[in-house]
Ligand binder design. Structure first.
Ligand code: P6P
Length: 337
């Protein structure tokens, strides 16, 4: 397989060379965003090393504290947060980070042009059972002047303002998948080289699929419309696949076609996933790959954030599958994307 990227770069091109080549596409082709993406790649390689060793070193299991969501932090959550923050600080391009692991914003370089929102290690409770986990990130251009104090407006931009978004999947292989608004490309870590190399050029979401991903254990907390949709899936011979790790479910569905749903329920009316560094990041990727992402009612990317860690329901995946789900759950029929 040697389908070249949309730049004609062949499979096997290193991430560094790919970023440099695509730099011309960036509206601010001065290299800062390229540097930022390289910093993320570096942090991903370091975290990959820690994740792969977690069974051998005493870095698995709970850290003994809770994050802003009240969830038990895993030791690797904390390590991943430190690694990403350090890599982005040293790279110098980022003025602030909104991280799932920190209640308050992490202020870095006052002259940094970019804001990063991230979940350093999503699904980390799966670490101890060797299930794939992931890093999710979004990049925004700051609105306030360089050198000034970071503002709420810098940090709470709608997903439509993202200049880049991506995820790193620590699975049977480790992959970095990202977009800068010009399509989606996937890079696989070649451990013997320590390099991410282009392996999945121009990734596209199949417009349809046979996989639906939702935790049916919450059936009793679903509203009737959602139950009716799930029953429709069963009546139409769809397959249920739910890993319990968002990045892994999203990635599989993007390769094979499918829909992932984390809905509003009676227990979590706002849903469980966070808008800034889970829903928006994957929604940007999904749309760039021809997929769709809503909160059940509206396009995720158009939601105006009001708080760093606010949650949102998420229906994301193949265009026709999200559309079908919307026929059941959307309160009013409107074009989702
Ligand atoms: P539940 C992991 O905690 C996560 O944020 C996603 O990665 C995953 O899809 C979801 O929550 C699992 O949540 O409530 O089904 O266990």
């Amino acid at each position: 397989m040697n389908n070249p990227s949309n730049l004609g770069l062949p499979i096997g091109t290193t991430l560094d060379r790919f970023i440099k080549k695509k730099q011309d596409e960036f509206e601010y082709a001065t290299g800062e965003l390229s540097q930022l993406l390289r910093d993320i790649g570096l942090a991903g390689k370091i975290i990959n090393r820690e994740v792969n060793k977690s069974g051998l070193l005493d870095i698995g299991g709970a850290y003994g504290s809770k994050n802003v969501q009240g969830e038990d932090q895993q030791k690797l959550d904390v390590i991943a947060n430190i690694r990403f923050t350090r890599a982005l600080h040293n790279g110098g391009q980022v003025c602030a980070i909104v991280s799932e692991e920190d209640e308050e914003v992490i202020k870095l370089n006052t002259n940094g042009k970019y804001v990063v929102c991230m979940d350093p290690l999503d699904g980390s409770s799966n670490i101890d059972v060797n299930v794939s986990i992931g890093t999710i990130f979004s990049v925004y251009r700051r609105l306030s002047p360089l050198g000034a104090e970071v503002t709420q407006e810098d940090l709470l931009q709608p997903g439509t303002e993202q200049v880049a978004a991506g995820y790193i999947l620590y699975g049977s292989s480790t992959m970095l998948v990202y977009t800068t608004g010009h399509g989606v490309n996937g890079f696989t870590l070649e451990p013997s080289l320590g390099e991410f190399v282009l392996s999945h050029a121009n990734m596209t979401y199949p417009t349809d699929g046979k996989i639906y991903s939702i935790n049916e254990g919450s059936w009793n907390e679903f509203d009737q419309e959602l139950r009716d949709y799930i029953t429709w899936c069963k009546d139409n011979n769809l397959t249920a696949r739910y890993i319990g790790s968002l990045v892994a479910d999203f990635h599989r569905n993007m390769l094979k076609g499918g829909i992932y749903i984390y809905p509003s329920t009676t227990k979590v009316p706002e849903g469980k996933l966070r808008l800034l560094y889970e829903c928006n990041s994957l929604a940007f990727i999904a749309e760039q790959a021809g997929g769709v992402a809503t909160d059940g009612q509206q396009r995720v990317l158009e939601i105006q954030p009001k708080a760093f860690h606010q949650r949102s329901p998420l229906y994301i995946g193949s265009k026709n599958m999200v559309k079908k789900a919307s026929e059941f759950v959307a309160k009013e029929s409107k074009e989702m994307s």
